[in-house]
Design a protein around this ligand. Sequence first.
Ligand code: NAD
Ligand code: WQD
Length: 340
Amino acid sequence: MQNKKILVTGGAGYIGSHTVVELFNAGYTPIIIDNFSNSEQDVMIGINTILKTEIKWYEGDCRDIDYLNKIILLEKDIEGVIHFAASKAVGESVEDPLEYYDNNIGSLITLLQAMKKAVINNIVFSSSCTVYGQAKKLPVTENTPILPAESPYGNTKQISEEILCDVSNAESDFNAVSLRYFNPIGAHPTSLIGELPIGVPSNLVPFITQTAAGLREKLIVFGDDYDTEDGTCIRDFIHVIDLAKAHVKALDALFGGKLTGSSVLNCGTGQGNTVLQLIKSFEKVAGTKLNYEIGPRRSGDIEAIYADVKRAEKLLDWKTELSLDQALEDAFNWQNALKK
Ligand code: NAD
Ligand code: WQD
């Protein structure tokens, strides 16, 4: 199992960069392709400094079949793929759906064509809890009914899962695992890699850390009139390193023959926290009061979601290990390191 070459598309991004580190630490050889549309080449310095080695990377677009074929040929013996490359801003996808279908669906199809040509049969795909929408019953299991997507972004994840299922039905040797991420937060404890939101963050934790660091005046909590214990929304916040390790375990399971055909697995902690609970944890670990106020609901937000993670724990032999406090501390340290 050691030293298998893994092509990591979008490997310079937030979750991809942490996964590259965990892959290398587990004995895999990650090869990155990224077009740097939502990341910076400096990320490679962070990864290489953590690992004290040079990870190979290529600048290119996953929609470019000739480029993918060329890199796969050049690298010769790639045995698996982790496909992170996608556009991920839900609001933007509503404004520019074609761009989202083009990038997210286009990249996947092109990549699968290149994999087929090179007879690479194992892929781990970045799916999302967004496929569930507002489920009637919590926690959500992988059998929870999938509702019509609420955004083009969400739809690209639903369609991608279906494409992977169809391809695995058509090709008996082809195996795909779609990991449905819940809310990844945090950063590497070295503060050498982390999340790099462009412009004003729309996600909660980057907005909190930027507010605490003085870059934003205050956080608006979007609604406290939901039917939850303190009225704010509930999410399943997972440390990005725990999530990264799930990818390593997914590859292990694919190569070990434990996962065949197409599978979907929830990747969360199994624990829901409200927005206000998260803010309190942040204030505790940061040792500072956060400037926030309650505002109106944000359109499109669901009230509550958290994962049933039994299937992933069993099939991947994986369990989250890092606490919410740890994730928030790592996120804040990363934010403070960015300022220097
Ligand atoms: P990210 O934007 O930080 O990383 C994506 C990377 O892919 C970036 O480095 C970007 O430059 C690259 N990329 C985009 N399109 C490309 C293309 N056509 N060719 C080559 N590279 C391309 O995002 P992330 O948070 O690391 O998310 C990774 C994956 O996980 C995405 O598929 C996203 O939809 C999914 N996901 C993310 C979250 C989240 O909250 N961050 C939750 C669920 C699912
Ligand atoms: C979390 C909670 C907000 C900002 C998004 C995508 C989803 C997935 C993960 C990719 C919500 C509240 C937020 C703020 C706030 N991504 N909030 N003030 O919406 O759960 O999920 O990222 O697949 O598809 O939709 O994450 O971090 O934006 O919000 O009160 O300034 O924090 O209302 O309840 P979300 P988030």
